[in-house]
Design a protein around this ligand. Structure first.
Ligand code: THU
Length: 157
């Protein structure tokens, strides 16, 4: 028997101006994307923005529905739209943020398990690491690859 440990690495920033210009642009696009959120039930407005290898930025926001499971998270809205619209492009990076009552949440918005799995799929499809930037008002976290948010990724089939 061997006891093993998995470590994840990420960088914490205190403000948007500490990010490199490309990441900052993506983080700001995610904040802008919260305006597209339709969240009449939770009041939790999530915005996501993905950067493609072409440099194009695609935005998405959570969409809720009276039949709750029919809604979709911001991250998947953005990634599905990006892949459906630009099927030959690679998603290089995704930024996520959330606000309530028009105010950016202090803590970074952490993607749900289903969104992490979808990130993993597009990372595999793209054949290169997808970085993830989780944007809060008081701190920002950057992960270099989906594996850091979803260790032991399921990609066996
Ligand atoms: N939500 C997202 O958009 N992304 C996540 O990763 C977690 C949750 C949305 C779904 C729902 O509209 C609201 O946040 C409350 O759960």
């Amino acid at each position: 028997m061997t006891s093993k440990e998995i470590k994840i690495a990420y960088i914490e920033y205190e403000s948007l101006d500490q990010l490199d210009p490309q990441d900052r642009e993506l983080a700001e696009a995610a904040i802008e994307a919260t305006k597209g959120s339709y969240a009449p039930y939770s009041g939790f407005n999530v915005g996501a923005a993905v950067r493609l290898d072409t440099g194009e930025i695609v935005k998405g926001a959570n969409q809720e529905n009276a039949a709750y499971p029919s809604g979709l998270c911001a991250e998947r809205t953005a990634m599905f739209y990006a892949s459906a619209t630009y099927p030959d492009s690679i998603i290089e990076s995704i930024a996520v943020t959330a606000s309530q009552n028009g105010i950016l949440c202090d803590s970074p918005a952490s993607p749900c398990g289903a969104c992490r799995q979808v990130m993993a799929q597009y990372q595999t499809k793209g054949g290169r690491p997808m970085s993830i930037i989780l944007v809060g008002g008081k701190k920002i976290w950057k992960f270099d690859k989906v594996d850091d948010l979803l260790p032991l990724i399921f990609d066996s089939i």
